[in-house]
Design a protein around this ligand. Sequence first.
Ligand SMILES: O=C(O)CCC(=O)C(=O)O
Ligand SMILES: [Fe+2]
Length: 295
Amino acid sequence: MDIGDWTATPDLNDIYREIRDLGLETNLAELEAFGFTVIEGALDPETTKGLRDKILEIAEARMGRKLDLEGEADHHEIALIPYLLFKDPVFKKAVLNEKQLALITYLLGRHCILSSLTCHLKGEGGQGLLLHADTANGIPEPFSPYSHVANTNYALTDYTEENGCLAMVPGSHRLHRQPTKWETGLDGNRRYEHVIPIEVPAGSAVVWHGNTWHGSFPRKKPGLRVNLATYFCREYVQTQEAYRYNVPDGYLGPGDERLARLLGADLAHNWKDEGAGKKFADRHREISRSRTWQN
Ligand SMILES: O=C(O)CCC(=O)C(=O)O
Ligand SMILES: [Fe+2]
């Protein structure tokens, strides 16, 4: 059917049309049905390599030693490499990648913001990252059917279970709760019976609803699994990383309106003596007019 300019779904009309134009309707159906979807080839090979090389360079500087992507034997389990956005222009490309951003916008509305941009750099060993929903940090159960947070996970090395890839529990976004301690395991006799490995080539983007149970498998061989977690939230959720008042001078240029919004430029709250300004009034008007959670 043609999507009209329907007054009941003002933002959804635009987001849906964009998703259709980008050829992502199947991804949208998967996201609704299973709580996650894979966009294969979301990144071209050059960007995938650029992101991976930069992350390794940053990780080496943090750890104070060389890392070996293929043969690394001394980095075990997972190290979080945080606050990547401002470290190189290539990270901006990942955040603004239009396919994943269209699905994130569907889940969180066009006023969503970037919460963090991190790598979970994984070497051999450990128990993996146990199953969890990202809807956390004080958001109470039962979770709402709509997302407060949502995630795009870029595979920057090939994902296989042995390599330590992402783990998902299909359909778990409908459970509206965190897994119990008996439902979090990935390995051996504690492995949760419904978990599946997301085995996809480097350059893929996996997008999921904040309620979906996921984690990542322990790596069973030397070398490194490199990801990029592009984590978004609604405007009322506190971001993990401090962007809003820390955008470097000159970082935003012409055409960067969406990025500015993702970094908190149009947040209405947190005023001082100037009081509630125009942004507050505009947002209030939009919210009272909206009929769907996609606004
Ligand atoms: O290790 C991974 O790729 C999963 C990371 C994760 O749970 C997240 O980014 O929310
Ligand atoms: Fe997570």
